[in-house]
Design a protein around this ligand. Structure first.
Ligand SMILES: Nc1nc2c(ncn2[C@@H]2O[C@H](COP(=O)(O)O[C@H]3[C@@H](O)[C@H](n4cnc5c(=O)[nH]c(N)nc54)O[C@@H]3COP(=O)(O)O)[C@@H](O)[C@H]2O)c(=O)[nH]1
Length: 480
């Protein structure tokens, strides 16, 4: 009796133990499944926004393309890139940047149908897939809706901010028949949206893709141009109204092995975009200073030299160190170095620009505002900038003798310059009539083809030495 009771108890205990064991096994299994699901979720979703990531998006795009092919449908791919995201990250911090990306994801999802796909490819790049569209207008409507939802203010780090986005759109099958080509077409179109002033939508086209291929080829040779010593600096004189040379401007040229001399207008925007402008700009500065010092050592008079700074260079953290190093290494006098910046550059971030300009002034270099009159600098702002000179944009000079409006505008700019005690230089002077008129309205200096076209160093030196510029009467009174 006792034995049976004991047996029953042992069996009950064993049963309980086995049940516990089973429960533990089930729990363990559940945990493993949950873990596997989590791993799978993370592999296919962006951890910050919860949106499909690039890998998942590629699968969804593949499925969408299969479907479109089978049912002979069009599909639209919107490629989005936030404008000035880096600036937000840099100025407000990465937490604010993360918050912005999360809110972007939420707003994008709200702007499209549940059957559409919103994904984050990485960084500030998002894509929207419209799997079945009948007409291009549908894609246009969605893109406009996206611009509109993003235009609502964002509150980040306690500040209300207005954010914009650039959108490129590619349509299957018109702009690409597979994932890669469709994504590439949309990306190129987005890039053009940026170029056209950001905050807009561009549809892909064959023309855009061809231009982009040419740019790609130019960009890859630009990467090796510095190393291959393909850059040259040309020099154009600045003169006072009596024709005395007061200085020169250093202008960059690219002697491309196949394309010949490439204009800076073609490659500086590219270099600006991919960051190559920093080493290239440093090289121009060093070459120009070195050349100026070499000429002085050869007995040339003390002529100033102006060097253009691009926006990326101007706001680059290494700018002050770079200039200081070049001055030290070349022995260039800071007072003879003039840095040319544009109005739009300083308007980009007025507070920081003033700070940088003050630091540059402390070094003793001169600052000139280039292409003056084409930007939007208000007069009240202008007086806050520590400047030495303004250069009237060539577009005012070009037809000034026939255009009363441009004559008046030029007079006003000269007056502004005088009021602020700045040297006023007229750019793009090509005729004696223009020069005479500028002289009559007390412009201080001029620059342009009338004096000389930009020349390689040896020719410029010969010109100075001969004290003559292309039989130009303005050059007869050169004092060299
Ligand atoms: N960031 C840098 N920008 C640079 C550098 N070198 C040049 N540039 C910028 O590229 C733009 C085009 O320059 P460029 O083709 O050299 O044209 C200059 C002159 O050649 C031209 N010019 C001069 N006189 C006349 C004239 O009488 N008529 C006429 N039609 N054109 C003339 O104008 C340009 C002067 O440039 P700027 O004084 O700087 O405005 C130009 O925006 C350059 O700034 C570089 O090293 N870095």
């Amino acid at each position: 009796m006792l034995a049976s009771l004991l047996l029953l108890m042992v069996m009950a205990l064993l049963g309980r133990l086995s049940w516990k064991l089973q429960r533990a096994q089930v729990r363990n299994m559940e945990q493993r499944i949950a873990h596997a699901q989590r791993v799978e979720y993370l592999a296919f979703h962006d951890s910050l926004t919860g949106l499909p990531n690039r890998a998942f998006f590629t699968q969804l795009l593949t499925q969408g393309l299969h479907h479109s092919r089978r049912y002979n449908k069009q599909l639209a791919l919107l490629f989005l890139d936030l404008d000035r995201f880096k600036m937000i990250n840099d100025s407000l911090g990465h937490d604010a940047g993360d918050e912005l990306l999360q809110e972007m994801g939420r707003r994008l999802n709200k702007a499209v149908r549940v059957s559409d796909v919103v994904a984050r490819l990485g960084g500030d790049e998002f894509v929207v897939l419209l799997p079945e569209i009948e007409t291009l207008t549908q894609a246009e409507i969605v893109a406009a809706k996206v611009l509109s939802v993003i235009s609502e203010p964002f509150t980040l780090a306690g500040q209300e901010l207005h954010i914009t986005v650039s959108i490129g759109v590619a349509i299957y099958p018109r702009d690409g028949e597979d994932e890669q080509s469709l994504l590439k077409s949309a990306d190129i179109a987005m890039y053009y949206a940026k170029e056209r002033g950001k905050n807009n939508v561009q549809f892909s086209s064959e023309e855009l893709n061809t231009v982009s291929l040419e740019r790609f080829a130019l960009e890859s040779s630009l990467r090796s141009a510095l190393e291959n010593q393909e850059f040259k600096v040309y020099y154009q004189s600045k003169q006072d109204m009596k024709g005395h040379v007061t200085g020169m401007e250093a202008l960059l040229r690219w002697q491309h092995p196949d394309l010949g001399l490439v204009s800076p207008m073609e490659f500086i925007p590219l270099a600006e975009e991919n960051g190559l402008i920093i080493p290239i700009g440093r090289w121009v500065l060093k070459t120009a200073c070195w050349q100026n010092v070499a000429w002085q050592n050869q007995g040339f008079p003390e002529l100033s030299i102006a060097v253009n700074l691009s926006v990326r260079q101007f706001f680059d953290k290494g700018l002050l160190v770079d200039i200081n190093t070049v001055l030290q290494e070349t022995g260039m006098s800071p007072a003879l170095l003039e840095l040319e910046i544009t109005e739009s550059m300083v308007m980009h971030d007025v507070k920081q620009a003033i700070q940088i300009l003050r630091e540059l002034k402390k070094m003793g270099v001169r600052i000139a505002i280039d292409d003056f009159g084409t930007g939007y600098s208000s007069l009240s702002r202008l007086k806050d900038f520590p400047l030495d000179a303004i250069k009237i944009d060539g577009s005012f000079i070009y037809d000034m003798t026939d255009c009363t409006e441009n004559k008046k505008l030029t007079e006003s700019i000269i007056e502004i310059g005088k009021t602020l005690s700045l040297t006023v230089i007229a750019e793009g002077v090509e005729t004696v009539e223009q020069l005479n008129y500028l002289r009559s309205i007390s412009c201080d200096q001029f620059q342009g083809f009338y004096a000389n076209e930009p020349l390689p160093a040896t020719e410029f030196a010969a010109m100075i030495q001969a004290s003559t510029i292309m039989n130009n009467p303005a050059a007869r009174s050169f004092k060299v």
